[in-house]
Design a protein around this ligand. Structure first.
Ligand SMILES: [Zn+2]
Ligand SMILES: [Zn+2]
Length: 194
């Protein structure tokens, strides 16, 4: 069972009843995508207010997470604190079933209350995934990696380059050298048209 499961036995079903929740725990696995998300085991602080409504429980709140990712260009580690807020309705199973019976296809995707519990994890995961960049960058204009040596361009001098040993360019360089030598004033002479 997830550590983000909240006991709601003490939240009256009467509409408008509220319960304040404060969680201070280690982030579980899976809060994010494979690329970016809350680093498992790092501090995660959640504050939320649960409110009973007709169809279930409204959950409003926020979380402070320690987010870890790798820059998609240079693979540098990115670690930062990230605040995310959420505002979700958790349905009573019977309310979701009633919606489904009415043909509402979205009823399959809603968050459900357990008998006496509410699992914050899916709401928090959705909020984080929506909030965090799909392609994290260590900085907006990260230069990425040098295609030749694989070093980070941001760590290398601005004039970093590699001698390009492409035979076509070598041949052209040779031609330019000949021309530049200037010792063949009559070079074009043999190509006069008749
Ligand atoms: Zn980067
Ligand atoms: Zn290089």
């Amino acid at each position: 069972m997830s550590t983000l499961v909240i006991d709601i036995v003490d939240l009256p079903r009467q509409v408008g009843s509220t319960k304040a929740v404060h969680l201070d725990l280690a982030a579980p696995e899976g809060l994010g995508t494979g690329v970016i998300g809350a680093a498992p085991g790092t501090p995660l602080v959640v504050d939320a207010t649960l409110t009973s409504v007709d169809d279930g429980v409204l959950v409003r709140g926020g979380a402070d997470a320690h987010v870890h990712a790798e820059c998609v260009r240079c693979l540098r580690d990115i670690d930062e604190e990230h605040r995310v807020s959420f505002d979700e309705l958790y349905y009573l199973p019977e309310a979701a079933a009633a919606q489904r019976a009415e043909g509402d296809e979205e009823a399959d995707d809603v968050f459900l209350l357990g008998d006496t519990i509410l699992d914050l994890e899916p709401a928090l995961r959705d909020a984080l995934v929506l909030d965090l960049p799909l392609r994290p960058l260590c900085r907006e204009d990260c230069g990425g990696l040098c295609p030749h040596c694989g070093e980070r361009l941001d760590d290398l001098p601005a004039d970093h380059h590699h001698e390009v040993l492409d035979p076509r360019w070598s041949a052209l360089a040779g031609l330019l050298d000949d021309t530049a030598s200037g010792d063949v004033p009559d070079a074009a002479g043999g190509e006069e048209l008749a």
